[in-house]
Design a protein around this ligand. Structure first.
Ligand SMILES: Cc1cc2nc3c(=O)[nH]c(=O)nc-3n(C[C@H](O)[C@H](O)[C@H](O)COP(=O)(O)OP(=O)(O)OC[C@H]3O[C@@H](n4cnc5c(N)ncnc54)[C@H](O)[C@@H]3O)c2cc1C
Length: 315
């Protein structure tokens, strides 16, 4: 039986481990954190219900359902109706549940850097991936995601976002509390956060990568945040990376085919996402009369023009 080391017990590493074990590989997961800290990464974990196609999530892990996003432009507010709807997941509880149910070994507090005894190594070790660095690959671009929590009960179903210099801020009602956050370039972060002026407890932050870095090795492969694959308009990574992980699992261990398939599926979406994002903010702030105030919108795989025409036609 071929042995696979998975480095990183985040959502993507654990999902990949479950699926590769099912395919008959002998899997061992190496996680640098202690079990008590592993689920605590700074992450809003607001994802579309597409996550249920990949991972079983019971109701007690869902903190709220969000089906709308209000975007504030300079002179207009636009409501995106999420289709499919989104859910806010308790990331820590989800990861602990996946760890508890794992039919493979997980080694915590791991400092392992050499994997000679393994046939294949999956680098699912996050934005600052050591596996990526050890392969001599460049880092993707980074922004910083920062969030705080305020103990106000809010079960409403609408999240709000406001454009900042090179990113955006958000307010997410999470049921028992409200989360305020920002995604920005490091150099703008302090100024834009102070301008947003939202105070709260439990401040945490982490890198949000943007790019698509793939390994050329036949033994080492990257997946998840380590590849830099996040949605260009939101920095959300989980759904796109689950699709990426599925492509890896389907083609394992043919990593050349995995790279080809990932590029085929995502390159166009990344470029289109970057251009549309800029265009929407330009039109929203300067020609806002062109945009209807309500648009039905797929936040994972948007077709903005189609959504726009559908909304205008409906009006
Ligand atoms: C503030 C913020 C908010 C976000 N909100 C959302 C959101 O609402 N929706 C969404 O889809 N995405 C969101 N994201 C992005 C999302 O968090 C990531 O895309 C996703 O968590 C990536 O999962 P991963 O498993 O690839 O990496 P990670 O979750 O980073 O997991 C990597 C794991 O590898 C471990 N590790 C690292 N180095 C080593 C090593 N050398 N050896 C062993 N283990 C190692 C880490 O401890 C960690 O457990 C947000 C990010 C931030 C910063």
């Amino acid at each position: 039986m071929k042995k696979v080391a998975i480095v990183g017990a985040g959502i993507i590493g654990l999902y990949t481990a479950f699926e590769l074990q099912k395919k008959g590989f002998e899997v061992v997961v190496f996680e640098k954190e202690d079990i008590k800290k592993v689920g605590k990464k700074s992450c809003s974990t607001l994802v579309s219900k597409r996550i249920l196609n990949f991972i079983d999530i019971e109701n007690n892990l869902i903190e709220n359902t969000i089906n709308k996003c209000l975007i504030k432009f300079n002179k207009k507010e636009v409501v995106l109706e999420f289709n499919p709807a989104h859910i806010v997941i308790n990331r820590e509880k989800l990861i602990l549940k996946m760890i508890k149910e794992a039919p493979f070994e997980i080694i915590f507090n791991s400092k392992k850097t050499s994997f000679e005894e393994f046939d294949y190594v999956v680098g699912a070790d996050g934005a600052n991936s050591l596996i990526r660095k050890s392969l001599g690959l460049n880092d993707p671009k980074f922004k910083i995601g920062l969030k705080v929590e305020k103990k106000i009960k809010d079960h409403t179903n609408i999240t709000k976002t406001f454009k900042t210099k090179d990113g955006f801020t958000w307010i997410i009602p999470k049921g028992d509390y409200v989360e305020y956050g920002i995604l920005e370039k490091k150099e703008n972060l302090e100024k834009e956060w102070n301008r947003f002026n939202k105070k709260g407890e439990n401040m945490s932050f982490a890198l949000v990568p943007q790019g698509l870095i793939l390994s050329k090795s036949d033994k080492y492969v990257l997946v998840g945040d380590s590849t830099g694959l996040t949605k260009p308009w939101s920095g959300g990574g989980i759904i796109w990376q689950l699709y990426e992980a599925k492509i890896l699992i389907d083609n394992f261990p043919d990593f050349k085919k995995y790279n080809r398939e990932v590029k085929r599926f995502f390159c166009y979406k990344i470029i289109k996402g970057r251009i549309t994002n800029k265009l929407v903010h330009f039109i929203g702030n300067n020609l806002s009369f062109l945009i209807p105030s309500k648009i039905k919108y797929d936040n994972d795989f948007p077709n903005f023009l189609k959504s726009l025409f559908a909304s205008i036609f409906k009006k």
